[in-house]
Design a protein around this ligand. Structure first.
Ligand SMILES: [Zn+2]
Ligand SMILES: [Zn+2]
Length: 365
């Protein structure tokens, strides 16, 4: 099969021919239709995080079931499916308490070592060299995913665009539902209108937010985030975003401020625009070791909750998210603004790194 391989940290991603992978026990082989282009893969490609190479990136996929491994309780071959970037083992203590987002096996085996849960990769070059899997290694024609992370798509959903359910949308959903606990009538600010941020706009509306303030440094993102449900747009390159949000909320700040960039200055801004008793929710990932300045007395005196949020509770949230998308309450097509071929992956990453992608770009296989 063809796959986009990052041969070494910092080296450009290129298409290689790999052996067709085979699913083992409890796993599903998916013929990938599309894979989203997400910033968190860049941390691996650039070498910000220690990770084995060569590696296949890509973790936000939709496609059709090609084959089931032995004993896999997966949907039948031919079923249209989506897989989330968190692949819960369903056996560790955190999975057993429903916190798939904290799955110990996933972090120990996949995010630290680039393998599936028997400690081995499913990907190999023709000469037998093992190729690591960043999550399921979705930027390839075929991907092996544990059956716990394979979800049938609702009828009527577009197959390619639905890949963004597996990271951008489920991350926005988990942050709004579990981390912020958003309630109808609340006010929200979102720092960074990229893949997750632009979907946070529509998810905040889904949870009934009355005021949704989108903040970015590029005016060209304004029309799209307004269509997704933003009530205001603040250009942080032209005006101080904290002052702007305070001015729009009678000096109080927002009930929930979401930071989708993983940068010290925007984390601090999100905290400073959160109202007394509100929540600052960080969803942006940063290179290892990066810290943000938080004013201690403001945190204590104002009873602000600062919480991180990675993805969602996969096995319970994904079926719900797919149902909402199937009913048209979550739009999978509108956030997708660009489509690339597999041999254009590096170009897609470069464009994303320049901050030029509105919403989400996807690679269509
Ligand atoms: Zn992602
Ligand atoms: Zn687990």
């Amino acid at each position: 099969m063809r796959a986009a391989v990052c041969p070494a940290p910092g080296a450009p991603v290129r298409v290689e021919e790999l052996r067709d992978p085979r699913p083992k026990e409890g796993e599903v082989l998916i013929r990938v239709a599309a894979c989203g282009v997400c910033h968190s893969d860049l941390h691996v490609a650039r070498g910000d995080l220690k990770f084995p190479t060569p590696v296949v990136l890509g973790h936000e996929i939709s496609g059709t079931v090609e084959a089931l491994g032995p004993g896999a309780a997966g949907p039948a071959p031919g079923t249209r499916v989506v897989a989330s970037f968190i692949m819960p083992c369903a056996r560790c203590p955190r999975c057993l308490e429903g916190r798939d987002d904290l799955c110990e096996t996933y972090f120990a085996m996949n995010r630290a070592k680039g393998t599936l849960y028997d400690g081995e990769t499913r990907l190999f070059r023709p000469d037998g060299t093992p190729v690591a899997m960043n999550m399921m290694g979705g930027l390839a024609e075929l991907a092996v995913v544990p059956a716990t992370d394979v979800f049938p798509l609702a009828p009527g959903l577009p197959l390619a665009e639905s890949c963004i359910l597996g990271c951008a949308i489920m991350t926005a959903y988990g942050a709004a539902k579990h981390a912020a606990g958003l309630r109808p009538g609340q006010s929200v600010a979102i720092l960074g209108a990229g893949g997750v941020g632009s979907n946070l706009v529509q998810i905040a509306r889904l949870f009934g937010a009355a005021e949704v303030i989108a903040i970015d440094v590029r005016d060209e993102k304004l029309p799209e985030v307004m269509k997704l449900g933003a009530s205001r747009f603040v250009n942080a390159a032209k005006t101080d975003p904290v002052e702007a949000v305070l001015a729009l909320t009678a000096g109080r700040g927002v009930d929930a401020a979401f930071e989708a960039l993983g940068r010290p200055e925007t984390v601090a801004q999100a905290f400073r625009m959160t109202r007394d008793g509100g929540a600052t929710v960080i969803v942006g990932l940063a290179p290892a070791g990066v810290a943000a300045p938080i004013e201690i007395t403001r945190l204590v005196r104002r009873g602000i909750r600062i919480t991180g949020s990675l993805g969602c509770r996969v096995r319970t949230d994904m079926p719900e998210i797919i149902r909402l998308a199937g009913e048209g309450k979550i739009d999978v097509a509108r956030p997708v603004s660009r489509r690339y071929r597999l041999d254009q992956v590096q170009e897609a990453y470069d464009t994303m790194q320049r901050g030029e992608i509105v919403g989400r770009a996807i690679v269509v296989l």
